[in-house]
Design a protein around this ligand. Structure first.
Ligand code: URA
Length: 261
């Protein structure tokens, strides 16, 4: 019989509260956020007995850690206070935005790691939302769960600008339907920006991020998507070559994404 381990109450509460509020966090996550070791490597270090909290070896990745506690990895004291960082990555077509990769097609996390500068390789990079495997363009990563929530919450209304090459040539009346909102199987879409860049190329700006939303909206109006690219999230416009990444400046996170820690 498989026994499910019960999540400790403090961990459930810490997950709900998120980091940075003076509360306990869990050790492996705190190490990843602070750029000490990405989470999987932190878990290995913990299992191998290389991590100490206040002078005692700690092996449990979910062990609580509070501000003011001293954490050492391989004998070196590590600061766990972490700035909120965000990266822009230019996703190529192919890799999936999933941790697991049963089909062996590669993940964006592997692609990102391959081009990360050494100074950023100690962080755990979380994807801010998803793009389909065949979608290209800007994908944001961050070390902070709060920025993930901000970027993906339906309440934030952060604009995402897409460019889609479609079958056929959409008429003005079709663009107007996209602007006003359509009813999809999971409900009506919010008003959107829609215009033509070429007879078969639609620029669509959405302020929500439902599953396959661009493809579903364009299919609904009779113009299935042939190729999809995301060129901006909020005020952050893609400006790195395919497969490359760069760190966002503080004001890009604050003003461009509207995020304040
Ligand atoms: N909408 C889609 O249909 N696919 C994406 O990858 C992103 C938005």
């Amino acid at each position: 019989m498989v026994r499910r381990q019960k999540t400790p109450k403090w961990l459930e509460a810490a997950r709900r509260r998120g980091p940075g509020e003076g509360s306990a966090d869990w050790l492996a996550r705190a190490l990843g956020r602070a750029g000490v070791l990405p989470r999987a490597e932190a878990e290995v270090a913990l299992r191998e007995g290389r991590v100490e909290v206040d002078g005692r070896v700690e092996r449990e990745p979910f062990a609580p850690v509070r501000p003011g506690q001293q954490v050492r990895v391989d004998g070196r004291v590590c600061a766990l206070e972490a700035p909120v960082l965000a990266l822009m990555f230019h996703k190529p077509a192919g890799p999936v935005v999933h941790g697991s990769d049963p089909e062996g097609v590669g993940t964006v996390f592997e692609r990102l790691r391959a081009v990360l500068p050494e100074t950023l390789s100690g962080y755990e990079w979380l994807a801010v939302g998803r793009l389909d495997r065949d979608t290209t363009g800007v994908l944001l990563f961050t070390n902070d769960e709060r920025l993930v929530r901000h970027g993906t919450s339906p309440q934030t209304h952060l604009a995402k600008r897409y460019v889609a090459r479609v079958e056929g040539q959409p008429a003005e009346a079709t663009l107007q339907r996209l602007r006003e909102g359509l009813v999809l199987e999971d409900g009506p879409t919010r008003p959107a920006g829609a215009r033509l860049r070429a007879p078969d190329v639609v620029e669509l700006t959405l302020t929500e991020g439902r599953h396959h939303q661009v493809k579903r909206m364009l299919a609904e109006v009779g113009h299935p998507v042939l190729a999809l690219h995301r060129e901006a999230v909020g005020g952050v416009v893609l400006d790195v070559p395919e497969g490359a990444c760069r760190l966002l400046r503080e004001e890009e996170v604050r003003e461009g994404l509207g995020f304040r820690a």
